[in-house]
Design a protein around this ligand. Structure first.
Ligand SMILES: *[C@@H]1O[C@H](CO)[C@@H](O)[C@H](O)[C@H]1NC(C)=O
Ligand SMILES: *[C@@H]1O[C@H](CO)[C@@H](O)[C@H](O)[C@H]1NC(C)=O
Ligand SMILES: *[C@@H]1O[C@H](CO)[C@@H](O)[C@H](O)[C@H]1NC(C)=O
Ligand SMILES: *[C@@H]1O[C@H](CO)[C@@H](O)[C@H](O)[C@H]1NC(C)=O
Ligand SMILES: *[C@@H]1O[C@H](CO)[C@@H](O)[C@H](O)[C@H]1NC(C)=O
Ligand SMILES: *[C@@H]1O[C@H](CO)[C@@H](O)[C@H](O)[C@H]1NC(C)=O
Length: 717
């Protein structure tokens, strides 16, 4: 899950398991689920299911239909089926197949955050249009009884809505949550899973309420972050597509949800889910789903991932996404020197402290090299019970809690820019403060301590991109900026499920309706809502135009194009628009064959007819190039802008060029007479690379608007 907290204990294990899966398939005859992607939905009369079954039977014989998992046919063409490696290869060579890929697992990746973005509760809204906006949430489901999803002031669903509500297991929709479905191809439900759109994890309830939850006064998490919890577009409707379960989110299910969501009539898709490594555009369920969404005028907002701060850690990077990094909000939760979300109050009482390294559970085979890190089951209950345990590493706190500790202090070199939630009183110290505590504990015969309840404090540096947020450049197409922009993703208060505790960890019994969590998962629905807000003013704008408006209206460069500013984004002046044709040109340049692309688009475009556009010509509102350290390079970018500001206007190019960067724009003045009029220009960037990336900008100004694009030169290896 991009909910960062759950990563600690499970990350390494999950990673190992998925690596094993990767290296083992291909050598066995065992059947695995594969996705056979066949591009766009054929026009006219045809029976997709029959066609898919017959293709399957061609390779597996007459038992074919039993092996069918999904038939995708409402928004694009393809199917998922259980195949041996040999059968998979046969299908991959068949006429009409674009790609075949394994059904891999993906993982999931606020009251005050909206005000912080200059987007207050009282902002000008187009409520009549906003209430027609439907946001599709591909996530862990939803807790429909939450106040955040109360439908008191809502009329019936918009007429365009064609989806369903799977009212199984005590789940009902209302006029706020207008649709809900769940997807689990193998029909397996763990004890923690509910076979219904109901959320038993919390993540989906949190992201849904961040995007479109009602305003709920006095929401808080046991007194922390007291305020109003509200979504970015509180009048919008929510359609729930539950694709994630206690063991992860599978590609076959994700594609089935896209297939439905696009056909159901939603306006924006929000998906805070990502994979474990970069995948080719048409070997990835989210990239494929989002491509067909784009073809249908629907923008897909995705979380960049939580694998930062190293470069090239973004695994959701297709240029037709709105890919969102996580930034901090103005408040940080802390107690004394420690950082954590601690709702427990020890009432200043002092407790004995024991160093984990001195409390190994020897009888169960643990020694101090495990117990100093408080590794799972490594602590001796009799030694730890009733004390505060000092651990040399951040962990979930489950082990300390299970061993009967009253609290835990963790010290390590881990980043301090995000606070985590633990099942017991806990404090996470930076290395320097931790050293002092460790020294005190070592040198004192009966060391004592207490742990304060957390309070909120202003973070003077905010907003900045948080350490865990995945970084570009784009691992497949280096010259495309990714992530696109940043939105609040740290310490976000939003609605929670009552189907589990707020941490889901052993030893926690706090079942609450609001919770504070962090992740690019939380940033994504902020951007989703900003996109929906723009759409409520400009219902006809393309996904690329909405993305451009969000990217070019940010003054402050944080990451990607910067930190979103929804209010300015409804009036960007100019947009860099792009439709399916531009993305197809881009894909031609990426080496896809005409045959593959004809299937994907469902028309007769050929790569030889359109220019083999290099990626730098994709009409996006950013300019990216890369070169090895010490080298100089130049690159020419062709761009087109569309006037959406004032009919008669004249824009002048202003460039910001730090040392090492030269930007030349021709022409450098663009005069418009009409709305919707387009002008092209050429940007020549020359970069002399040192050791670090260089970032400058190009801003078109007309006295009223500032249309800003980042210009970034990365050091490539
Ligand atoms: C796509 O996935 C298939 C099967 O999993 C694999 O054989 C193929 O190499 C992948 N293609 C690319 C371009 O990654
Ligand atoms: C249905 O859910 C509501 C709300 O959680 C609960 O109060 C009620 O007992 C549930 N009914 C059944 C039959 O599970
Ligand atoms: C602790 O246990 C591990 C594994 O059980 C072992 O490899 C290591 O040598 C032990 N360390 C000490 C200091 O005994
Ligand atoms: C405290 O003692 C442990 C070993 O028992 C050692 O690893 C650690 O470095 C000591 N802390 C300080 C600050 O000296
Ligand atoms: C594509 O070309 C074929 C043959 O030239 C023609 O029959 C078909 O109608 C064309 N399809 C589209 C969508 O233009
Ligand atoms: C790059 O970094 C190295 C060591 O960090 C330094 O010696 C060198 O001068 C730097 N080069 C440039 C071009 O800044």
């Amino acid at each position: 899950m991009a909910n960062h907290i759950s990563l600690f204990s499970q990350f390494i294990l999950t990673f190992l398991i998925s690596s094993l899966l990767i290296c083992c398939h291909g050598i066995s005859d065992e059947r695995k689920t594969y996705i056979v992607y066949m591009g766009d939905r054929p026009k006219g009369d045809f029976s997709a299911s029959e066609m898919h079954t017959s293709m399957l039977q061609d390779v597996v014989g007459s038992e074919g239909s039993d092996l069918m998992v999904y038939s995708y046919k409402r928004s694009f063409n393809g199917f998922a089926a259980k195949l041996t490696n040999e059968e998979m290869l046969k299908l991959a060579g068949m006429e009409g197949v674009v790609s075949v890929f394994h059904n891999e697992k993906k993982q999931l990746h606020t009251t005050r955050s909206w005000d912080f973005m200059g987007f207050s509760e009282h902002v000008r809204r187009s409520t009549a249009l906003e209430t027609n906006i439907i946001i599709g949430m591909l996530d862990t489901g939803i807790w429909p009884e939450s106040e955040s999803f109360n439908d008191e002031e809502f009329g019936p669903p918009p007429k365009k809505w064609k989806g369903i509500c799977q009212s199984s297991s005590n789940f009902t929709c209302n006029n706020k949550i207008i649709g809900a479905q769940y997807y689990r191809s193998d029909g397996y439900f763990a004890p923690n899973d509910i076979a219904s759109p109901r959320d038993s994890e919390g993540h989906g309830t949190h992201t849904s309420s961040t995007a479109a939850g009602n305003s709920v006064g006095k929401a808080s998490m046991l007194g922390l972050a007291l305020g109003t919890a509200r979504g970015g577009v509180p009048s919008a409707r929510i359609a729930v597509y539950k694709v994630c379960w206690s063991d992860g989110c599978y590609e076959a299910d994700i594609l089935a949800a896209f297939d439905d969501a696009i056909a159901d009539g939603i306006d924006i898709i929000s998906i805070s889910i990502g994979g474990f490594y970069p995948k080719d555009y048409f070997n990835d369920s989210i990239a494929i789903g989002a491509f067909h969404a784009m073809k249908n005028g629907i923008l897909t907002s995705v979380s960049a991932g939580n694998s930062g701060p190293d470069p090239e850690t973004v695994f959701n990077f297709a240029p037709w996404f709105l890919s969102v990094a996580a930034s901090t909000i103005e408040e940080i939760l802390y107690q004394g020197k420690g950082v954590s979300i601690n709702t427990f109050d020890l009432e200043n009482e002092m407790y004995r402290v024991i160093y984990g390294g001195n409390a190994p559970d020897i009888r169960n085979g643990f020694n101090q090299s495990a117990s100093r890190y408080c590794i799972q089951n490594s602590l001796d209950k009799t030694l730890v019970k009733g004390k505060i345990v000092l651990c040399d590493y951040i962990s979930s706190g489950e082990t300390a809690s299970a061993a009967g500790a009253i609290g835990t202090i963790m010290q390590d070199g881990y980043f301090q820019d995000v606070a985590y939630n633990f099942p017991l009183p806990a404090s996470h110290l930076a290395l320097s403060d931790g050293f002092g505590v460790s020294e005190y504990v070592n040198k004192t015969r009966k060391p004592t301590a207490t742990i304060f309840k957390s309070i909120a404090r202003k973070d003077e540096l905010a907003p900045y991109v948080v350490s865990f947020s995945s970084r570009g450049p784009n691992p497949i197409t280096k010259d495309i900026l990714t992530p696109d922009l940043a939105a609040p993703g740290v310490n976000i208060l939003a609605a929670w499920t009552e189907g589990c505790t707020i941490t889901g960890l052993v030893g926690d019994n706090r079942v609450l309706s609001y919770n504070i969590i962090s992740g690019t998962s939380m940033a994504c629905p902020h951007a989703t809502a900003a996109a929906a807000y723009i759409k409520s003013f400009h219902p006809k704008w393309s996904p690329a135009a909405i993305k451009s408006a969000l990217m070019t209206t940010e003054a402050e460069f944080a990451y990607g194009a910067g930190h979103i500013n929804p209010v300015r984004a409804i009036n960007p002046g100019l947009v860099y628009d792009a439709g399916e044709d531009q993305y197809v040109e881009f894909l031609c340049g990426q080496g896809y064959s005409t045959k593959q692309l004809q299937l994907v688009t469902g028309d007769n475009n050929t790569c030889s007819e359109v220019p083999k556009t290099i990626s730098s010509n994709l009409n996006c509102p950013s300019f990216t190039l890369s070169a090895p350290s010490g080298q100089s390079l130049g690159r020419v970018f062709h761009r087109t802008v569309t006037n959406v500001g004032s009919a008669k206007s004249t824009y002048r190019a202003v460039v910001k060029t730090p040392k090492g960067l030269k930007i030349n724009v021709t022409p450098d003045v663009l005069s418009f007479k009409n709305l919707g009029e387009q002008k092209t220009f050429v940007v020549t960037v020359t970069a002399k690379m040192g050791n670090a990336s260089i970032s400058g900008s190009l801003i078109w100004v007309d006295g009223e608007h500032q249309v800003r694009s980042p210009v970034i030169a990365y050091v490539s290896s």
